[in-house]
Each structure stands twice: as structure tokens, then as C-alpha cells.
Write a protein that binds this ligand. Sequence first.
Ligand code: GTP
Ligand code: MG
Length: 308
Amino acid sequence: MNSQSPISNLQSPLGIARAITQVERGGENTRQLIRALFPFTGRAHIVGVTGAPGTGKSTLVNALAKELHARAKRVAIIAVDPSSPFSGGAILGDRFRMQDLAGTGIFIRSMASRGQLGGLAAAVADALLILDAANFELILVETVGAGQGEVEIARHAHTTLVVEAPGLGDDIQAIKAGILEIADILVVNKADREGANAAAAALEMNLNLNPNKAAWRPPVLKTIALTFEGVNKVVDAIMKHAAYLDEKQLRVPRERARFDRELRGLLERELLERTLRRVTPARWDEWLRQITQRQRDPYSVAQEILDS
Ligand SMILES: Nc1nc2c(ncn2[C@@H]2O[C@H](COP(=O)(O)OP(=O)(O)OP(=O)(O)O)[C@@H](O)[C@H]2O)c(=O)[nH]1
Ligand SMILES: [Mg+2]
């Protein structure tokens, strides 16, 4: 870091990309960077986009970003793939996406679980802060797959979209995976395919069966992301949900949930690191040997380490 304003490095896409690479590495430089940036954050609206593999999330996110850009919003995309340590396929797909967005001024970055000391969730949380400080008004975060990852990301988001597509199975994937509760907006993509109306009706019925106590009823919207059909309405719904959060003063509770999670994760990692720093590899090996030979149990070894 130089002595200029901490956000002066975030004025170019290259500077932003470098900052994200930094937070992926973790460590003291990351702590300093985030400390310096944090006062400049808190204005971005974070939209999580999740759903089963292949429902068209990436296509939809690109279309949403273009539509938001056309409405003069500063937009960034983070594509998170928690399942992939190397993200070979994802990188290929992303190349294509990046070309698709080239020259638009829309920032896009993909993050997989490779090479992060502090874990992917922490790196994504920090990347969101960087993009926020870099003055992006809307940040679209796409996550694939694993239920845990989806819920994790939803904790960062102000607005969560759950994307479905017909023909991927008999049931609606979100109902099966139990992720409907996190949805603020439901999208049935691939509406050009047979079964889209049935999928939308099933989602509506599920909403009727499990009515939310909150005043916001998630709209069920059909899209054809490939041709931009319905994308306008999804953007309208995002803006409407953002306004709803402001009007009902729900932004602060959502932020609390986000930072509650983050603070706990941070403490977990810090305490673990500090504790392990006091232990030599030789002692660690010796403890493992004692445990595997049933001379000691893991609880008493952990207690000894904590007491030391
Ligand atoms: N027919 C049809 N195909 C679509 C539509 N939207 C996306 N697709 C296609 O569906 C396939 C998967 O799209 P992606 O956008 O990569 O889906 P995804 O959900 O991001 O996939 P993962 O990231 O692998 O989970 C691609 O071949 C898209 O071209 C649509 O509205 N209609
Ligand atoms: Mg994708």
C-alpha cells in the first residue's frame, strides 16, 4: 500500500483485480488493506444469485448486469464456485463470459476455493468490501451448487435470487434443497422450454403453503436469459426489493447477520492460527501418534494445547 487514499488503487479494473488477489492470499497485508478500505464501504447493494447447476445463472447474471449497466448503474460480478478447487471448467466458461462483457465497464471476477488460507467465504467477503469501496453500486454474486455455500453467500446478500429451470428433474430443485427460505426473488429461467409454467406454478403454490411472516412476498418471474426476455422485470424486482429494505429499515439487520457471521469466522481462524503457532510440528506429530495409538484422546490433547 502507498500513502495515498486507500481507494486510489481501486480506480482501475487492474487495481481492483490486484486487491482481490491480495485478499485471496490472506495475511497481514490483507488485514491492512481491509482496515483501510472499510470506512469507504457500506453503499453497495449485494445481490446473491444461486440455484442448481445448469439452470442458467451465469447467463442470467450477465444479462442482469447488462440491463443494470444500461440503467446507468455501476455493476460488478463475482462468480463463486465452492465445489471446484481448480475450476478448470469454470475458467473456460468465464473466459467466454468475460469476452461477452468486454468493453462494457462491468467488472467480473471468478473465485474458486484454490489457494485461500482463510477460506473461500472470507475471501469473498473481503472481495465484496473491495468492490463496495471501489464504488460499484450493485454487486452480483453467483454461487453454484452445494447447499451450504448457497446459504453462506445469502448471508452476504441484501437481495437473494434463486434460479430454477424446467426439465432438470421432476421436482423443483429449490424446494428439494430447502433453499426457498432464502429467496427474495424466484426466477424460472429457460422459459422457452416445456414445463416452465408448471415450475412457476409449483413455486407459487409452495409460497402459498409456507407464507412468509414478512411483508415481502418473493415474486416468481419467468425469464429466457439467452434472449433477455423477462430480464427487465427481474431488474425491476431487485430495485423494488432494495427500496423495500430501505423503507422497512431492514438493511441494518441484514448487515448485522452478515458481519456476525464474518466476525465469528475471523475469530475462529485467528484463534486457531495463534494456537497452532505455539505448537511445534514435532509435538503435533507426537500428539497425533498418541491419539492414533489410543494412548490419548483428542479432547485431552486439545485441552493441553489450550492450557499450554
Ligand atoms: N434454452 C435456454 N437455455 C439457456 C437459457 N439460459 C441459459 N441457457 C443455457 O443453459 C446452459 C447453462 O447456462 P449457464 O448460464 O452456464 O448455467 P449456470 O447455472 O451458470 O451453470 P453452472 O454455473 O454450471 O451451475 C448454457 O448452455 C446456456 O446457454 C435459457 O433461457 N433458455
Ligand atoms: Mg455458472
